[in-house]
Design a protein around this ligand. Structure first.
Ligand SMILES: Cc1ncc(COP(=O)(O)O)c(C=O)c1O
Length: 387
């Protein structure tokens, strides 16, 4: 078997249909969308159509969509922009957020801001009650992700937004891992801001969206030209924008089919793990209500030594299997995943983890191959495993 790719939460291949939609904007309609001539206008028209389509897909107005370079930039722009505009200091968030949110909130400490980290439950969920308890006169905003990128748990955004709107606090959600996977509508979820990234949904890398509700306090962070109504300077990434709109359209249309496919594959994987590892493994996070395509597994070593997760990944890579442990952005660092530690896992269990994130092209055969190879690798690393 060639490469088995189980790292779709890190990134996805570009869908052929997305690529096809993008190509003319590299070669034919290559004008700068801000240029005062026909070529520029062609690009501009296509960008505005993409903006309208994206807005409609998330229940927003076109003018509320700002194109960025991806999830990280959107998270930065929102948080820095709101803290700057409100002049208030506290950013309520959670220790399970992506580093794009966590490190932004930490960086703002130098400017007098104070991140407030709410405690998640063992499934990785922040409740609306926790948010209500934390809000005070100094709260600038609340930023809580929709779907967690490591364990797949889903925060109850609609309940949290009720609390935020009662106290008139801007509410941002990093929806990078939920758009295209579960329904995202800014009014139904009550969001003032959200972040989207193209490359998690079979679109290109380096393109994203920041949604910002009209009249919410916010100041621009990226200064430059007059693009995006002066909210984000910089020449527009026209092929990227076209690709993002196409990727969103396709993932929304195909969402139910993908979900059914993931549920089947997940079931097959868990059956295989049960048969192979018995009680020597556990699934981390919300096993009942989380998204079905993110499965975070820890292996329990009977000798109590814990399994070296980095070695596990390397051994699987040798077998042609691409997985991850922790967020891909941090896997260069050897620290245990902040998410697994955040839901209360001890260091050994957190270090022995593996994230399988499924994609639409994965097959039942790949799951079987993976389970067999996993058995061989884990046996090599910690002795015979018997279910
Ligand atoms: C939840 C979440 N937020 C933000 C990001 C960053 O997105 P981008 O790679 O587009 O900057 C990621 C990517 O791993 C993510 O999973």
């Amino acid at each position: 078997m060639d490469t088995v790719y189980f790292d779709h939460a890190a990134t996805t291949p570009v869908d052929e249909r997305v690529l096809e939609a993008m190509i003319p904007y590299f070669t034919e309609h290559y004008g700068n969308a801000n240029s005062p001539h026909g070529l520029g206008n062609n690009a501009k028209v296509a960008v505005e159509e993409a903006r309208e389509n994206i807005a409609e897909m998330i229940g927003a107005e076109p003018a509320e969509i700002v194109f960025t370079s991806g999830g990280t930039e959107s998270d930065n722009c929102v948080i820095k922009g709101v803290v700057n505009a409100t002049g208030k200091t506290e950013v309520i968030t959670s220790p399970l957020e992506h580093h794009a949110v966590l490190h932004t909130a930490e960086a703002l400490k130098r400017h007098g801001a104070k991140p407030v980290y709410l405690e998640p439950n063992s499934k990785g969920i922040i409740t609306a009650e926790k948010v209500e308890e934390a809000i005070n006169d100094n709260t600038a905003m609340v930023s809580l992700m929709h779907v967690n990128n490591e364990i797949g748990s889903i925060n109850p955004l609609a309940e949290i937004s009720e609390v935020c709107s009662k106290h008139n606090i801007p509410f941002h959600s990093d929806t990078v891992q939920s758009v295209g996977k579960i329904p995202v509508d800014v009014d139904e979820l009550g969001l003032d801001f959200l972040s989207i990234s193209g490359h998690k949904i079979y679109g290109p890398k380096g393109i994203g969206v920041m949604y910002m509700r009209h009249a919410t306090p916010w100041l621009p962070w990226m200064h430059g030209g007059s693009q995006e109504r002066r909210r984000r300077g910089g020449t527009l990434n026209v092929p990227g924008i076209i690709g993002l709109a196409k990727a969103m359209e396709l993932t929304q249309k195909e969402m139910d089919d993908h979900r059914k496919h993931f549920i089947k594959l997940r079931k097959r994987l868990i059956n295989g793990l049960d048969k192979t590892f018995g009680d020597r493994y556990q699934i981390n996070g919300d096993t009942e209500n989380g998204v079905p395509h993110i499965i975070n597994i820890s292996f329990l070593d009977p000798n109590g030594d814990g399994l070296d997760g980095e070695m596990l990944l390397l051994n699987l890579d040798v077998e042609g299997i691409c997985c991850s442990n922790g967020s891909a952005c941090t896997s260069g660092a050897m620290e245990p995943s902040h998410v697994l530690e955040g839901i209360g896992l001890d260091e050994k269990t957190a270090n022995s983890s593996l994230r399988v994130s499924l994609g639409k092209q994965n097959t039942a055969e790949e799951i079987d191959y993976f389970v067999n190879k996993l058995k061989e690798v884990v046996e090599r690393m910690m002795g015979t495993v018997k279910a």
